[in-house]
Each structure stands twice: as structure tokens, then as C-alpha cells.
Design a protein. Structure first.
Length: 132
């Protein structure tokens, strides 16, 4: 990596106010935007983020275990099957994890909205997760 690339990167991002130059401002705005978009309070936002994190980790863990059971040798086939498997497992894992966190209602609406955008399932009206 040449010195010019690094200088260009620093000039681009150092000259503009962003999360790089003021991390507190950037992350605070991000969380405030999420609260406003999803119409939730601080505690519920924390629980939603925890659900996303734990559900995603559970998805990766379960996907890896299932793929090891299948023992697929071709790299390209392994990657395709893994992506399809994760796509199927993620909504299930997030819904299961959302139950003990008390966020099931939020996540069922969130997943239905994602499904409707992908053309799978029916659109949900008045769902509270104002994603656009």
C-alpha cells in the first residue's frame, strides 16, 4: 500500500466531521436514529441490539455445526449451501432469542417486513419497525 493512498484516505476522512473524528457524536446519532426509526426507548433498543447479536452468533454457530455434519468437499458448493442455510436459520434464531428478551412482537414484525420487501410472505401494516 503506497503512501499516497494513506494520505488520500486521511485527507478525505479527517476533513469531514464523522464518527472517525468524533466517535461520541457518530454513535450517539446512530442510536438516536434507530430509536426514532423503530419507535422504541433506550432499554428496548438495548434489548433489540442484544437479540440481534446473540441471534446472529447463534446462527453462525449452528450453521457451522450443520455444515460440518454435511462434510462438503467443494469450496464453491460449501459457500452456496452455507449462505442458504444462514439465510434460513437467521430469522428462526432471532425469533427464538427474542422470546426471553421480551422482544418477540418487535422481531416478528421486523422479519415479516423484511420478507415482504423480498417478495416472500405478506406485507405487515402498522408494525412499529418503520424500516424503509
Amino acid at each position: 500500500m503506497g503512501r499516497g493512498i494513506i494520505e488520500g484516505f486521511l485527507l478525505t476522512f479527517a476533513a469531514t466531521p464523522s464518527a472517525f473524528t468524533n466517535p461520541d457524536r457518530g454513535s450517539r446519532n446512530m442510536f438516536e436514529r434507530l430509536q426514532k426509526t423503530w419507535r422504541v426507548g433506550g432499554l428496548q433498543l438495548f434489548l433489540i441490539i442484544c437479540t440481534f447479536a446473540i441471534g446472529g452468533s447463534l446462527t453462525g454457530f449452528a450453521g457451522k455445526k450443520i455444515m460440518n455434519l454435511l462434510s462438503i468437499q467443494q469450496d464453491w458448493l460449501w459457500a452456496i449451501i452455507y449462505i442458504l442455510l444462514i439465510t434460513i436459520l437467521w430469522p428462526l434464531a432471532v425469533l427464538v432469542v427474542s422470546i426471553p428478551f421480551g422482544q418477540f412482537a418487535f422481531f416478528i414484525k421486523y422479519i415479516r417486513k423484511i420478507g415482504a420487501k423480498l417478495g416472500v410472505g405478506r406485507p405487515e401494516s402498522g408494525d412499529g419497525s418503520n424500516q424503509s
